[in-house]
Design a binder for this molecule. Structure first.
Ligand code: SF4
Ligand code: SF4
Length: 179
């Protein structure tokens, strides 16, 4: 398998600097609206804030991989005297909760680092986090040629197959493509 150069993009989170303003959620949902910037809805954001003001808990969490099944390895965390619920740090679009699912269709949402053409200088959530709780970094890495992460369409189709099965999806595509 050949190697290719790839720009690895990452966002480091400093939860201590997050004040729970949720500007990042609005910026993300605006950027991903269709048409772009036509609506804002935090439920459509690919970053969500675990927000419990009475416990002084504000944790930005990025939407990660879609998973068809719940995990079994859940654990409570106590960090700096604050108790976090078992799923607070999890990035998965998972059947056990509504987080990171498009609210109308139920399809999984995943952070795509605001891929655009031409590329943005930095992702929208980072740009609008005025507290510098989100720090964007890029680095070059050699990766295997086939190591390409799935896009929104591929992840959406995978979740439909898990939910309805191949035959029903194929029947629906055949029916709707005729209309
Ligand atoms: S990097 Fe872009 S897609 Fe990812 S959460 Fe931030 S605004 Fe949303
Ligand atoms: S914009 Fe920054 S400070 Fe505001 S909720 Fe998001 S991560 Fe926290």
């Amino acid at each position: 398998m050949g190697k290719v150069k790839k720009t690895i993009k990452s966002i480091t989170i400093n939860a201590d600097l997050c004040n729970g303003c949720r500007a990042c959620e609005l910026a993300c949902s605006l950027f991903h609206a269709a048409p772009r910037y036509s609506s804002s809805n935090p439920a459509r954001s690919r970053i969500r804030i675990v927000r419990e003001p009475l416990k002084d808990i504000y944790v930005p969490v990025y939407a990660g991989e879609y998973t068809a099944a719940e995990c079994t390895g859940r654990t409570m965390y106590i960090l700096d005297g604050k108790e976090y619920a078992e799923c607070d740090f999890c990035r998965a679009s998972c059947p056990s909760r509504n987080l990171f699912k498009e609210p109308d269709s139920g399809l999984p949402l995943k952070c795509d680092m605001c891929e655009d053409e031409p590329p943005l200088e930095e992702p929208k959530c980072v740009e609008w986090c005025l507290n510098d709780a989100l720090i964007y970094e890029e680095r070059e890495e050699e990766v295997d040629e086939e190591e390409v992460s799935p896009g929104d369409v591929e992840t959406g189709v995978e979740s439909l197959l898990d939910k309805f099965g191949l035959q029903q999806v194929l029947d629906t595509i055949a029916r709707t493509s005729k209309s």
